[in-house]
Design a protein around this ligand. Sequence first.
Ligand SMILES: *Cc1c(COP(=O)(O)O)cnc(C)c1O
Length: 414
Amino acid sequence: MTKHAFLENNAQPVPEAAGMDHCPFLPVFGPPAVMFVRGQGTELWDSQGKRYLDFLCGLAVTSLGHSHSCVTDALTQQSAELIHVSNFFANPVATAAAIDINQLLESATGSSGQVFFCNSGAEANEAAIKLARKHGGRGRHTMVSALGSFHGRTLGALAATGQPAKHEPFQPMPEGFKHVAYGDIEALSQAVDSSVAAVLLEPIQGEGGVIPAPAGYLKAVESLCKERGVLLIIDEVQTGMGRTGKWFGFEHSGISPDAVLMAKALGNGVPVGAIWVKEDVAKVLQPGDHGSTYSGTALVTSVVRAVIAEMKRINAPQLAVSVGAQLTKKLLVIPGVVGVRGAGLLLGIELAPGCDATKVYQACLAQGLVTNAVNASTIRMAPPLNVSAEHIEEAVAIFAKVMVQMMKEVEAAQ
Ligand SMILES: *Cc1c(COP(=O)(O)O)cnc(C)c1O
């Protein structure tokens, strides 16, 4: 059996891992760079006791930081009260959490809607695909999404994901998916024919490289969808929950989508996803059309309630705006940074030609700063929305040091 690369790279694996002679995981992820054992706020510690600043948040998941007391308290209290009862019965926690989500989306869209809880971003997308097909009816089942998009790894969500290389090993993909260039309203207009049930878009392509929708694009998409009677579904799995400076990324463009998908920061690391659907659209669904054993357990929805309450208390979207502006300003004066894309605290740092984002990511990690190379020339940063000014300073200093070294190497190679 294959030995896990992590064990080869680390002189002193944690006790649990010591003595293992093969990797216990399916080889679907690359070799892990570090084994983390503890987190508190923006800080993480690895198995060697080394401290890191987490400017990635597990991909925009732990937006309130690690081990937040609101999450720990919800989990401990609710787990002693009631965890799970199945969807034959109601529980007051899921009901309250769905009302909380609807309140956020009612003020964002001007319409009231209904919520289905699931366990991940991919599952929220699967629910959206089924909703679109039921709403469109027979012969009108196609989903149009964008090239470069990411919607998850399950077969339907993968088919919606506009990355052909990710489809290839698993062909044939389910039928009924089309992809168009992101930001190109003409291409979308041509794609939306009488077979199309819905358009599915991210307001900022996260995995695609932190690519914001061009100004006016989503508004034009909304008009097109209305005109042709097609649903507009927005994937807010990465951009939602305050990350971009509004509760939801689509709010920057003033649209009112028919359905909104959430996950990631909704549970601050506790697995949960949700789809919110406007009432007039939601009524096409009937009992039996969809479900999940773990839809809206009291345990997980207690965390959703706690996360939303804490984000409201600290005004997380406003923090993303103000801290995001400070961080962006500091990043833009660092040598080798040619631009910063994104919104709020979802940032794509474009590096100068010749810089290798993977090397920059690795050097930052070695210096105790967790980021992500989202593509060959872009570093993604998504720190906690409640990150302190001191931690911003410290992270920027590490990043600047790494970039100064990187630019020396780039110049030497010229
Ligand atoms: C991460 C992500 C998903 C998939 O979420 P999972 O919880 O990993 O299934 C879907 N859409 C977007 C925009 C994402 O960023």
